[in-house]
Design a protein around this ligand. Structure first.
Ligand code: PEP
Length: 255
């Protein structure tokens, strides 16, 4: 089983989301036994998408949340509000939010705690910028982001997903080499072992790759035994491309 997660970002109206999901369900249902599919639409589309996917085997994710349960936080949405729509996953710390909305490590840590408190599964995004990479700080940045996001969090009986997403690759059309993604997985795993010596890494934490994944390169990332799947942005907006990705994963795992 591998994860195939669609991050639709700020795209598609509720009406467009409905027609996308209808086609996706028609196309990918035969592959769901091997492909853990999660769709993360924008907040206004959550309800429409939830109605269509309930009982289908496809899970619902949100792209963000706030860390408090309720109160005077105009414009924010809490994990339990998202849970009402049967949301199971929430993306936390996406680089677009870190960069454009100045999300700090502290905010990301609070969001991680809130998501887990609500009984939902966070998809924590980590990854270095191009300049951090050029300075040779890649591993240090990835390790630091994982460590900060998990501060004061006990992972006993909880599940989390961590997506390694090199910032400079997102939306570029050019993914990193599989060896590089696998190296990042090893760095992330080492941090987890240091933080949680008793953790069952295979069971409790799934590690994904994200960054310009498409039908041409998905095989590399989903054939790796170190990676548990992929987080897909741009290419997930094309229903045929996305459906084809599910088929590729299914075919590879069925061999
Ligand atoms: C993302 O933004 O999470 C992402 C992986 O985007 P893309 O696939 O477009 O690079």
């Amino acid at each position: 089983m591998k994860y195939l997660i669609a991050n639709w970002k700020m795209n598609l109206t509720a009406a467009d989301s409905k027609s996308h999901v209808t086609t996706i369900l028609k196309n990918i249902t035969p592959y769901l036994s091997m492909v853990n599919t999660v769709i993360c639409p924008s907040f206004p589309s959550l309800s429409a998408v939830a109605k269509l996917i309930t009982g289908s085997g496809v899970a619902l994710g949100a792209q963000n949340c706030f860390w408090e349960e309720k109160g005077s936080f105009t414009g924010e949405v809490s994990p339990s509000m998202l849970k009402e729509f049967n949301t199971e996953y929430i993306i936390v710390g996406h680089s677009e939010r870190r960069q454009q909305l100045q999300e700090t490590e502290e905010m990301i840590n609070k969001k991680m705690q809130a998501v887990l408190r609500a009984g939902l599964v966070p998809i924590l995004c980590v990854g270095e910028t191009f300049s951090e990479r050029q300075l040779g700080r890649k591993d240090f940045v990835i390790a630091g982001q994982v460590e900060s996001a998990l501060q004061n969090i006990q992972l006993f009986n909880k599940k989390i997903l961590i997506a390694y997403e090199p910032v400079w690759v997102i939306g570029s059309g050019q993914a990193v080499k599989i060896e590089e993604a696998e190296h990042a997985v090893r760095v992330i795993k080492q941090v987890l072992i240091d933080l949680y010596p008793d953790l069952d890494l295979k069971k409790d934490v799934q590690i994904l790759y994200g960054g310009s994944v498409d039908t041409k390169n998905i095989s590399y990332f989903t054939s790796s035994t170190l990676l548990d799947g992929v987080l897909v942005g741009g290419a997930s907006l094309d229903v045929d491309e996305f459906s084809q990705m599910a088929k590729i994963i299914f075919d590879n795992l069925s061999k």
